[in-house]
Design a protein around this ligand. Structure first.
Ligand code: FES
Ligand SMILES: [Fe+2]
Length: 343
C-alpha cells in the first residue's frame, strides 16, 4: 500500500461532507399548504414523514409508516380531532405518536406501540421540522426576526415565494454567503463586501455591504443614483438562512431554506417580503428579481463534481474555507476532521 497516495486521496476538512442528513431545522411545508384537518406526506433525509394539522390548529410531524403494517399515513390519512388515522385500517395515532384506536379490534389500542414524532415549529408561515440522526432534541431554537414581529411587513404569501427540487448538495446555498467571486459570473452583478462574518456554535452572523445601481445615474431601484447599504444575514445551520435589508430598501426580509430529499435531491425554498408601507410595484419588482436571481445558481450546483481536496484562493481562506471547516458539526454521521488532519 502506498501511504502517500492514501493520504493524498483522503478528503480534506475543506471538502463537502458526504452525508446528506444534517442536523438542524428544515422547512417541510408552507403553513398555508396544510389547513385544519389535512395531512401532507413529506420526503426528507431519505425518509417519509407525515404532517397533519389537528382541529386545534396545532401542526404535528411523525414518521409516515404506520406501525401496524407499514402504510404511509401521509398518503390518504385523515384527521380526527388532533389525531391522525391510517388510510389502510384506520389505526389512530395522537401527536405524541401513541396508538389510540384500533377500529377492528376488541383490544381498542396498543398502548405500547408508538410512532416516532418530530418537533415542528411554524415560523412566519413556514413549517420547520427539527432533524437529527442521533435523535437529540433541538440544539438551538428557531430564532424570531425582530422586523417580522409586528405587522409592518407582508406575510411570506404564495406570490412572494418559490420552492424548487434540485439535484444538489444541501450545503451549497449557504456557501453563496461568503462566495464573493461567483456573483460576477453567475449573477452578473457586483460582488458584495463582507463586513462581518462571525461563527457561533450553531449560527453565522454575516453583514455585507451592497451598492445598488453602482456606476449608473439611475435604475428602477435607485432613481436618485447608487445607494450603498448593509444587509444582515443569519445562517442557522445548513437549512435556514435569513436576510434583512435596511428600512430604506423596502424593509426587505428574505428567507432561504433547503431540505435534503435524499442523497441526490434537495428542495430549495425562497421567500421575500417587505414593508406594507413600501411602494407596492417596487416591492413586487424586487421580489421577482430575487426569485429569479436565486435560480441562477441552480445549473452550477446541479452539475458539480465532488472534490475531495478542493483548492481555495487565499482570499477565500477566512470566510469560505472557514465555513467548510465549521459545518462538520451538523453532520454527526461523518468523521469529524481535526485541525491536524489533512487540509
Ligand atoms: S397499516 Fe396502518 S392501519 Fe393497517
Ligand atoms: Fe449565488
Amino acid at each position: 500500500v502506498d501511504l502517500d497516495i492514501a493520504v493524498e486521496n483522503m478528503p480534506s476538512p475543506l471538502a463537502l461532507p458526504k452525508s446528506r442528513r444534517p442536523t438542524g431545522w428544515f422547512q417541510v411545508a408552507w403553513s398555508d399548504e396544510i389547513s385544519i384537518g389535512s395531512v401532507k406526506a413529506v420526503r426528507a433525509f431519505g425518509q417519509d414523514y407525515v404532517l397533519w394539522r389537528g382541529e386545534s390548529g396545532t401542526m404535528y410531524a411523525m414518521d409516515a409508516h404506520c406501525r401496524h403494517l407499514g402504510a404511509n399515513i401521509g398518503v390518504g390519512g385523515s384527521v380526527w380531532g388532533d389525531e391522525v388515522a391510517c388510510p389502510f385500517h384506520g389505526w389512530r395515532w395522537n401527536g405524541e405518536g401513541e396508538n389510540t384506536l384500533i377500529p377492528h379490534s376488541s383490544q381498542t389500542c396498543k398502548p405500547g406501540v408508538t410512532m416516532r414524532t418530530h418537533e415542528v415549529e411554524e415560523w412566519y408561515g413556514i413549517v420547520m421540522m427539527w432533524h437529527d440522526v442521533l435523535g437529540r432534541p433541538p440544539l438551538w431554537p428557531m430564532a424570531p426576526i425582530e422586523e417580522m414581529e409586528d405587522e409592518s411587513r407582508h406575510p411570506f404569501g404564495p406570490t412572494m415565494r418559490g420552492s424548487w427540487t434540485i439535484r444538489a448538495h444541501p450545503q451549497l446555498p449557504i456557501e453563496n454567503g461568503p462566495d464573493l467571486f461567483h456573483v460576477n459570473f453567475v449573477h452578473k452583478g457586483e460582488a458584495a463586501e463582507i463586513v462581518r462574518y462571525d461563527f457561533d456554535e450553531w449560527a453565522i452572523h454575516e453583514e455585507f455591504a451592497v451598492t445598488y445601481g453602482k456606476g449608473k445615474p439611475s435604475t428602477w431601484l435607485t432613481p436618485n443614483g447608487a445607494v450603498r447599504m448593509v444587509l444582515k444575514s443569519e445562517i442557522h445551520g445548513i437549512g435556514h438562512t435569513t436576510i434583512v435589508w435596511p428600512e430604506a430598501f423596502l424593509g426587505g426580509v428574505s428567507v432561504t431554506n433547503i431540505t435534503p430529499v435524499d442523497d441526490e435531491w434537495s428542495v430549495y425554498s425562497f421567500a421575500m417580503t417587505g414593508l406594507r408601507s413600501a411602494d407596492e410595484k417596487l416591492l413586487r419588482r424586487a421580489v421577482d428579481h430575487q426569485l429569479e436571481t436565486v435560480q441562477q445558481d441552480f445549473p452550477i450546483w446541479e452539475n458539480m463534481a465532488y472534490q475531495a481536496r478542493p483548492n481555495f484562493a487565499v482570499e477565500e481562506g477566512k470566510n469560505y474555507a472557514g465555513l467548510r471547516r465549521w459545518v462538520w458539526r451538523f453532520y454527526p454521521e461523518e468523521q469529524q476532521p481535526t485541525e491536524d488532519g489533512p487540509t
